[in-house]
Ligand binder design. Sequence first.
Ligand code: ZN
Length: 413
Amino acid sequence: MDARESLKRQLIKDRDRIITLVQDMVRIPSENPPGNTTELYAFVADFLQRQGLDYQTVAPVPEWPNLVASFDGGEPGRHLVLNGHLDVFPAGDRSRWSSDPYAAEIRDGKLYGRGVSDMKAGTAASILTYIYLSKIQQHLKGKLTLTAVSDEETGGEWGTKYLLDNVPGTLGDCVINAEPSTPRTIRFGEKGPLWLNVELRTPGGHGAYTHQSQNAIKQGARLIRELESLTQLPFEIPADVEEKIEIARPALDEVLGQGATDIVRAITLNIGVIRGGDKMNMIAADCHIEVDLRCPVGMPSQRLLAEFEQVLSKYDGASYTISGGHDANVCDPNHEMVGILGDNAEAVRGIRPYPAISIGGTDCRLWRERGVPAYVYGPTPYGMGAPDEYVTLDDLLGTVHVHVLSAYDYLMG
Ligand SMILES: [Zn+2]
């Protein structure tokens, strides 16, 4: 029996052990904020150690350790990097959960728990891929690297970004990641956020003497209406990306709701926060607005920012700061890895996934920005960032199988 066939058999045999690993990981909270992942990190490190595998701890912030592990195959070849994060959203109000968010209960073929979909099931898939392939290391070509990071949910500065900037050998030739997506898509790109804090200031005054000063809140209301025009700016999506977006339309709309594909293609505007004024009968002298713009592939955030500045320049006393963001990013939708993931997904789940652009962000961006193709194939998230988060066991097991086999195929290809 060849190595690939025995991998498949082993995966089927290990069904319960795979599920138990994810349950064990869910039972160790790693909420971010505050983002202390040391306990979960110690669990993962110990899990690798018990398989006789070495790892490196990279902890520029002691409470947010990152794990890097790597092995070479028996022959030279390509370098594949596996990436997942250990930190999760906070559980929030526990009374809104049907069961303890850290009990990792299984009901009706679903595994419940905070962070199970984003992304402990996925990170377990990366860890297991590394372990399964380490056992046939000598039969493999190339090199496999595992990165399990601790700072994804709040920006990645001390997680993946730190690794890529400071730890040699983490860039690789290709990356796979199991962030929540859906078995119906392989994500090859994502939109780019542009987050702006706007301050409007006017002299203010007595609320009866409206001739004496502009009202900063009313200015804010006008500004918000005017900012809607940014969503109508013309731009061009590259043809190969556009084609993939349209092919994936039915799948994406079914999973994320009608209209999701239109949002993938659009500049969107969300006003997340507005604050201003002091008192009913005073002219508001200040208004603070937090503007959340999202750029599709084809719309550089610098261009959108320039258009935003143009709008804002019409308001006396207005200023802004950038609180975060990056460009939309994309890698080759026709790369060999897309075919490999697609073939395995179809064989394992009976669903052929489409290459698609993601609305939300992942650490894959950091590789794509450095010219390394990075792909996401993961479980459908239910209740992500909300009570009663879960994944189906079918998605969980399917994600593990697809990642293990795809890593094998890529390294042997
Ligand atoms: Zn995530």
